[in-house]
Design a binder for this molecule. Structure first.
Ligand SMILES: C[S@@+](CC[C@H](N)C(=O)[O-])C[C@H]1O[C@@H](n2cnc3c(N)ncnc32)[C@H](O)[C@@H]1O
Length: 206
């Protein structure tokens, strides 16, 4: 099954709060975003945002330029439904992150929770990093969360990569400085725990 078909099926057959990655609030992501980009006019993209409540949290604290990108139309529709009129201020992009078209240097901050780790081929990871290099402003921030070295080997029935913070940083290369990393034990709605690592990097100013 193609990746888009897989994710459309997930979001049309499961309730948003009944998937392993569900969080009522994206607290750690919101904190890292607020710490790195406190200015509320910062342009922020949540890559593979799915039906995540991160966008709600960002609007709640006053961010005015939020983009949510996902492969799945159904996921974006669910977030728009949940937000109602508040969602009109958000830019919604239905696209594959390895091929999406971005204006150069259009974002102050790039956020990804649980998407990069689905890229199991070097070609897809190189394409993803190329997108970050194009879309993030010089000196901008990149917050990426993946399963940690002791995390699950699959998610949503798909194989995933697992990373230690230095391994994840190495995927992004010398144009990015690793500023901080944090581990999180995510409690799934099914009573299990998953190890995540969050890396915050800064893109070089040049
Ligand atoms: C495990 S979910 C995480 C969703 C969200 N980031 C969160 O933390 O709740 C992975 C998401 O990545 C999206 N996705 C997977 N591959 C993608 C790709 N190549 N381009 C864009 N989105 C993708 C899926 O549709 C899904 O919404």
């Amino acid at each position: 099954m193609q990746s888009k078909d897989h994710w459309e099926k997930v979001y049309t057959t499961k309730k948003p709060d009944n998937v392993s990655w569900f969080q009522p609030h994206a607290e750690l992501s919101t904190r890292l975003i607020r710490e790195s980009c406190p200015q509320r006019d910062a342009a922020i993209i949540d890559v593979g945002g799915g039906a995540s409540t991160l966008v709600d949290d960002l609007l709640d604290v006053g961010y005015a330029h939020v983009t949510v990108l996902d492969l799945s139309h159904a996921a974006l529709t669910e977030s728009r439904r949940r937000l109602g009129a508040r969602g009109d201020s958000v830019r919604w992009m239905e696209a594959d992150i390895t091929r999406a078209e971005f204006e150069p240097h259009s974002f102050d901050l790039w956020h990804d929770r649980a998407v990069f780790h689905f890229l199991t081929t070097p070609e897809d990871r190189v394409a993803y990093v190329r997108q970050v290099l194009r879309a993030v402003k010089p000196g901008g921030y990149v917050v990426v969360a993946t399963f940690g070295s002791d995390g699950p080997t699959q998610c949503s029935g798909l194989p995933v990569m697992r990373y230690a913070p230095d391994e994840l940083h190495a995927e992004f290369g010398n144009a990015f400085t690793l500023l901080a990393h944090e581990e999180q034990l995510h409690h799934t709605p099914f009573g299990t725990d998953q190890q995540f690592i969050y890396c915050m990097c800064r893109k070089s100013a040049a």
